[in-house]
Design a protein. Structure first.
Length: 248
C-alpha cells in the first residue's frame, strides 16, 4: 500500500469511533505511522474531523421548536419546512460548516485526482448500489443512451463482455468529468460493473491494455487502457474470475 492508497482510505476515518478497530483501516493506519508526511496529514485530518463534529454538536435547536412545529401542523397539508425561519437558521449554520469542510477537502493538494482515487470511489459505490439511468439487457441501447447524454459511448468491450446481457447503464461524474457505467447481468443478483473514462481526464491512468488487478472492499477491480479510454471492471470474484471476462 502506498501513501495515495492509504490517504484514500483514511479520508473516511472518523476519530473517536470504532474505526481504529476496523480491519479496512489497519494497513492504512500502519502506513501513516511509518511515513512522516502521511502521518502529519493524518493528524490534520483527524483534527479537522473532530472540529467539524464539535461544531455540529454546538448547533442546538431553539427551545420552542417542538411547539412551533406542532402549532404549524395541519393534517394533509404540504409543509415546506425549509422555508421556515427557524429551519433556515439551522440550515444556514450547517451549510457554513459543510462549506468549510468542502473547502478543506478541495484545497488539499493531490486529493481525489488520481486514477486510483477514481477507481476506489466508483468501485466502493458499486458495493452500495447504483441507480441506473437506463435499465435494459440490450447493450446497444445502453451505448446509444450514453451517446445521447454526451458520455463515453465509443468504448471497446472485451469479447467475453460483448456476449453478456446488459443490466443497465448510467452517466456518473468525477471532478466535473463524465464517467460512463455499463452493467452486465450475471444472474443470482450479481453484476459486473464497467466504468469508462477519458484517459486525459485522470492522471496516472493505466498505460497498457494488460489489466491490473486490485481488491477494493468486497469486489475485485481490473484496470486497463485502450486507445484514449481507461477502463475499470469490478465484480464479486477474484482475479481469475474477472480474467475470463477480459480474455477470449
Amino acid at each position: 500500500m502506498d501513501n495515495q492508497q492509504a490517504k484514500e482510505i483514511l479520508l473516511r476515518y472518523r476519530p473517536g469511533t470504532t474505526d481504529a478497530t476496523d480491519p479496512e483501516f489497519a494497513a492504512a493506519l500502519e502506513q501513516a505511522k511509518r511515513d512522516v508526511e502521511l502521518g502529519r496529514w493524518f493528524e490534520r485530518h483527524c483534527a479537522f474531523q473532530s472540529a467539524i463534529r464539535d461544531r455540529f454538536r454546538q448547533l442546538t435547536a431553539p427551545p420552542d421548536l417542538k411547539e412551533k412545529i406542532l402549532a404549524d401542523y395541519r393534517p394533509a397539508a404540504v409543509v415546506l419546512w425549509w422555508q421556515r425561519p427557524v429551519f433556515q437558521t439551522l440550515a444556514a449554520a450547517a451549510a457554513i460548516v459543510l462549506l468549510i469542510g468542502l473547502a478543506y477537502i478541495w484545497t488539499q493538494p493531490g486529493e481525489d485526482k488520481s486514477f486510483a482515487a477514481l477507481r476506489n470511489r466508483v468501485v466502493r459505490n458499486a458495493q452500495r448500489g447504483y441507480v441506473m439511468d437506463i435499465t435494459t439487457t440490450n447493450l446497444g441501447e445502453i451505448r446509444r443512451y450514453l451517446a445521447t447524454r454526451e458520455a463515453h459511448a465509443d468504448y471497446v468491450l472485451p469479447a467475453p463482455l460483448e456476449k453478456l446481457p446488459g443490466d443497465g447503464g448510467a452517466v456518473l461524474h468525477w471532478r466535473n468529468k463524465k464517467v460512463s457505467m455499463v452493467c452486465f447481468a450475471l444472474g443470482n443478483r450479481n453484476d459486473l460493473f464497467l466504468f469508462v473514462v477519458e484517459r486525459s481526464d485522470v492522471p496516472d491512468a493505466p498505460a497498457a491494455d494488460e489489466p491490473e488487478f486490485t481488491r477494493i472492499g468486497k469486489l475485485t477491480a481490473a484496470s486497463w487502457s485502450k486507445g484514449d479510454k481507461a477502463y475499470v471492471l469490478a465484480g464479486a470474484g477474484d482475479e481469475q474470475f474477472l480474467r475470463k471476462y477480459l480474455v477470449p
